[in-house]
Design a protein around this ligand. Structure first.
Ligand code: MN
Length: 167
């Protein structure tokens, strides 16, 4: 009899352990079963939220290098929350993006959307209408470099509609 109770207790403990490990697995693994780091924790501070007039969803900018007459370049970091993206825009002297974490998209008007992931480097040519942002499920951290700022920095256009973002 005592042996029976001990066995039942062991079974209950084993069941509890399986449930507990399943819960832990759900927390630290994404839908694809791959471990996902917290993309919102970037290398740099999160910075200031970009205005709704230029972004859909929440995007945060942290300036790293202010443009001056010696370097004439603007460098900073943007964190896009999942689903967040810039409006369509142009850079008179172009822009270089370096993706440091997460996943997202870059699209030049009239061309297919390009998928971006950690480690990717993208050149946005001068005056090409484009947008960039996070994937629907995973945020994105991007460093940006805007050279030759004496030519201008950015010209903001219309928002990227859900149909454009999702197609
Ligand atoms: Mn851009």
């Amino acid at each position: 009899m005592k042996e029976n109770i001990r066995l039942r207790l062991l079974h209950s403990l084993a069941f509890f352990a399986v449930v507990a490990s399943a819960l832990t697995a759900t927390e630290s693994f994404g839908q694809a079963g791959q471990k996902q780091a917290d993309v919102s924790q970037g290398i740099f501070p999160k910075g200031q939220q970009g205005p709704a007039s230029n972004f859909t969803g929440k995007a945060f900018n942290y300036g790293l290098v202010a443009a001056d007459s010696t370097y004439t370049s603007l460098v900073g970091n943007v964190y896009f929350e999942p689903g967040a993206r810039s409006n369509w825009h142009t850079h008179p002297a172009g822009q270089i993006l370096i993706i440091t974490d997460g996943a997202g998209f870059h699209q030049i008007k009239g061309q297919p959307k390009q998928r971006l992931k950690k480690g990717d480097v993208v050149k946005c040519p001068p005056n090409e209408l484009h947008w960039h942002g996070a994937s629907p499920d995973v945020g994105m951290q991007q460093l940006y470099i805007i050279p030759n700022t004496e030519k201008g920095i950015v010209n903001w256009m219309q928002a990227v509609m859900d149909a454009e973002y999702g197609d």
